[in-house]
Design a binder for this molecule. Structure first.
Ligand code: IPM
Ligand code: MN
Length: 359
């Protein structure tokens, strides 16, 4: 019997509510496949910060690093200035645990609406691998003469060869394992950001030629990537890109797969501890109302199970979600759709957990 320790970071707003449902469904799948979990609660977020001034103490990093995986609800509190919790919790965990991959499947499930005309689940099914530990997010910089007309602001995009190589290697291996069209597209900006994306492009082709001759290599500038994601999403299999571009194109990805209510992501350290999260925000105005859609968090739980090597349990979660999405229970994924259907956060979790048990 496999046993895992899962660190829980419910966070802010509706984070705790969706995490409960994600966990409920994960437990249902675990019970079926002889997997057990211990959980450890890390209650960092806006409320704790307001009470104690503590964002994420150093000691917590060591404790998080002892878990087999981490499961996060949402970070962001209306009473806390933007950036404090995002940088102090989410980004800090990513950096300190060296979760250098942000894995974002862009998959349109049957029964889910996409704003793209004439595109369906056949066309929208790719994965974005965003570098998650460097680039503009950690590049050196600073401000001088702030608030004066002579203010200077600098924020550098910095990549080392090693940071690029380890991300590319993960992406090539992922494309090979996914085995869809065996295509890896590098998304860059080699026509302007010639230093940084010049490095990415050279490293991409060198590694591809030497180690992954079976994986087809494509290149697209980031602006063109956003265009193709809307016009011809079926062209993509696996896309690899730097941190900032990845942040931007994955929100576009979330929209074409049905919105923030369904999009999940993994912050992965292939050699260490990884953290899974729904990528939508904390939706503070719906806190405690039991109306927010938990699907994104349930899909994050599915990714967590897959990451632990519990593929059968992960597949059961995915199947149960598909059954829910095609059941006609909801007309859409928004709060008003949930209310209109007489459903709730907990009822959706119950529905999917029951289905997992029946499969
Ligand atoms: C994401 C988010 C974060 C990011 C924010 C909340 C710091 O937008 O996970 O994509 O920019 O990486
Ligand atoms: Mn983002």
């Amino acid at each position: 019997m496999a046993h895992y320790k899962i660190g829980l970071l419910p966070g802010d707003g509706t984070g705790p509510e969706v995490l409960d449902e994600g966990l409920k469904v994960m437990r249902a799948a675990a019970a079926k496949f002889n997997v057990t979990f211990d959980t450890e609660l890390f209650d960092f977020g806006g409320e704790r910060y307001k009470k104690t001034g503590e964002v994420l103490p150093d000691s917590a990093i060591g404790e998080l690093a002892q878990c087999d995986a981490l499961f996060l609800g949402a970070i962001g509190h209306p009473d806390v200035a933007p950036g404090i919790l995002e940088k102090g919790i989410l980004l800090r965990v990513r950096f300190e645990l060296d979760q250098y991959i942000n894995l974002r499947p862009v998959k349109l499930y049957p029964g889910v609406d996409t704003p793209l005309k004439d595109k369906g689940p056949e066309e929208i099914d790719f994965v974005v691998i965003r570098e998650n530990s460097a680039g503009l997010y950690t590049g050196v910089g600073g401000v001088q003469r702030q608030g004066t007309p002579y203010e200077v602001a600098i924020q550098n995009m910095v990549y080392t060869r090693n940071e690029v190589d380890r991300c590319l290697r993960y992406a090539f291996e992922y494309a090979r394992k996914r085995n869809k069209t065996n295509t890896l597209t590098l998304c860059g900006k080699t026509n302007v950001l010639t230093y940084v994306y010049g490095l990415w492009e050279r490293a991409f082709h060198e590694m591809g030629k030497a180690e992954f001759p079976d994986v087809k290599r494509e290149y697209a500038h980031v602006d063109a990537t956003t265009m193709w994601m809307v016009k011809n999403p079926e062209w993509f299999d696996v896309v690899v890109t730097g941190n900032m571009f990845g942040d931007i194109i994955t929100d576009l990805g979330a929209m074409i797969q049905g919105g923030m209510g369904i999009a999940a992501g993994g912050n992965i350290n292939p050699e260490g501890v990884s953290m899974f999260e729904p990528i939508g925000g904390s939706a503070p105005k719906y806190t405690g109302m039991n109306v927010i859609n938990p699907l994104a968090c349930i899909f994050a739980g599915q990714m967590l199970l897959e990451h632990l090597g519990e593929s059968a349990a992960a597949a059961a979660v995915e199947q149960a979600c598909v059954d829910f999405l095609t059941s006609g229970t909801l007309k859409g994924l928004s709060v008003s759709d949930i209310k209109a259907a007489g459903m709730s956060t907990t009822k959706i979790g119950d529905w999917i957990a029951d289905r997992v048990a029946q499969l």
